[in-house]
Design a protein around this ligand. Structure first.
Ligand SMILES: NC(=O)c1ccc[n+]([C@@H]2O[C@H](COP(=O)([O-])OP(=O)(O)OC[C@H]3O[C@@H](n4cnc5c(N)ncnc54)[C@H](O)[C@@H]3O)[C@@H](O)[C@H]2O)c1
Length: 312
């Protein structure tokens, strides 16, 4: 199948591209390299450099490449940036996505798979958070993700464009940037490699649902032919405390560097994990990587020669 992956030079998108190519799909990438890196780009994929907001370019790509499926990962991914500059966030995440949807409509794309986020739920009312949980995003970022979910519903009912929405929990693994808005695993590993004391905000007992990136790539590929018009959490259904995670990384790295604790940041959610019931039944997907295996592989990745790309 011919598949366009937006954001295919980024952390999650590049793993999706690798898996697609492994499974003999033809893949094109659209990425403007704001947070992605050319080193992540699979040489077997066709690479289009540019912005998802560029109407002319997007229409040209869809006419030339004729994708049958679009896997949309490109985004402004930072919650704090969406609070600092909500206009730019909406332009990239909403306008850019609608631009892609229009191109799908005009060229009869079969299916659109969308990277949404647990940020659409906001402060949890109960745990684990299932897909019926109230939707009260607390940031422009979360609202932008929810808005595109609703555009998908409309494009299906008006134009028949099939879709699957995947609401990611906290994703970690190789190629995640440790700089900027990196995830907690890459930030901790970066500190340990550089022998710098990492900071934990709060008492470290707060929990997250950590999913290994290769499992997320698999969920996207599984959604090509399944779970049409479903909105699914991509999660492990498990909570891991930040202290437990840090202790595991200290063991793997043979380090005894103690973290420094700072007061928790305003708006930080204390406990969060998502229910995997729906994705298990609709997509027949379950994560294969345990946290131990995932962080072991991530640790070795960041210690290899590739780390330069991830550590800036
Ligand atoms: N990492 C997580 O834990 C997580 C959690 C929930 C949702 N998500 C979503 O998953 C998707 C992938 O995130 P990621 O963690 O791989 O981030 P990432 O920053 O590594 O990847 C995003 C990619 O999109 C590209 N991009 C950004 N703006 C663009 C634009 N205007 N035009 C073209 N390309 C553009 C970037 O260059 C980058 O390659 C995003 O949609 C993000 O919102 C990620």
């Amino acid at each position: 199948m011919r598949i366009l992956v937006t954001g295919g030079a980024g952390f999650i998108g590049s793993h999706i591209v690798d898996l697609l190519i492994n499974k003999n799909h033809k893949v094109a990438i659209l990425d403007n390299l704001t947070t992605g890196h050319m080193i992540n780009v699979n040489p077997k994929a066709k690479f289009y450099y540019g912005d998802i907001r560029n109407v002319k370019l997007v229409n040209h790509i869809f006419k030339e490449y004729r994708p049958q499926v679009v896997i949309h990962q490109a985004a402004q991914v930072s919650v704090p940036n969406s609070l600092k500059d909500p206009v730019e966030d909406a332009r990239i995440n909403v306008e850019g996505s609608v631009n892609l949807l229009e191109a799908c409509r005009l060229t009869n794309v079969r299916k659109f798979i969308y990277a949404s986020s647990a940020a659409v739920y906001g402060e949890p009312n109960y745990l684990p958070i299932d897909e019926k949980h109230p939707l009260k995003p607390q940031s422009g970022y979360g609202l932008s993700k929810l808005t595109v979910e609703n555009y998908l519903r409309i494009y299906k009912s008006l134009y028949g464009l099939q879709y699957t929405v995947l609401r990611y929990a906290n994703i970690y693994g190789p190629r995640q940037d440790a700089l900027g808005e990196g995830g907690v695993v890459s930030i901790f590993i970066n500190s340990l490699i550089n022998n710098q004391q990492p900071t934990i905000f709060g008492d470290g007992k707060q929990t997250r649902d950590l999913v290994y990136v290769k499992d997320v790539a698999k969920a996207n590929i599984d959604a090509i032919n399944r779970a049409h018009q479903e909105i699914l959490n991509v999660c492990t259904n498990k909570q891991t405390s930040i202290n437990t995670l840090y202790q595991m990384l200290m063991n793997i790295s043979n380090s005894n560097l103690k973290p420094q604790y700072r007061p928790s940041r305003q708006g930080d959610i204390i406990h969060s994990y998502l229910s995997d019931k729906l994705i298990t039944s609709k997509l027949k997907w379950k994560p294969k990587w345990t946290l131990e295996q995932g962080i072991y592989e991530a640790w070795h990745y960041y210690n290899s020669e590739n780390k330069i790309a991830c550590l800036g």
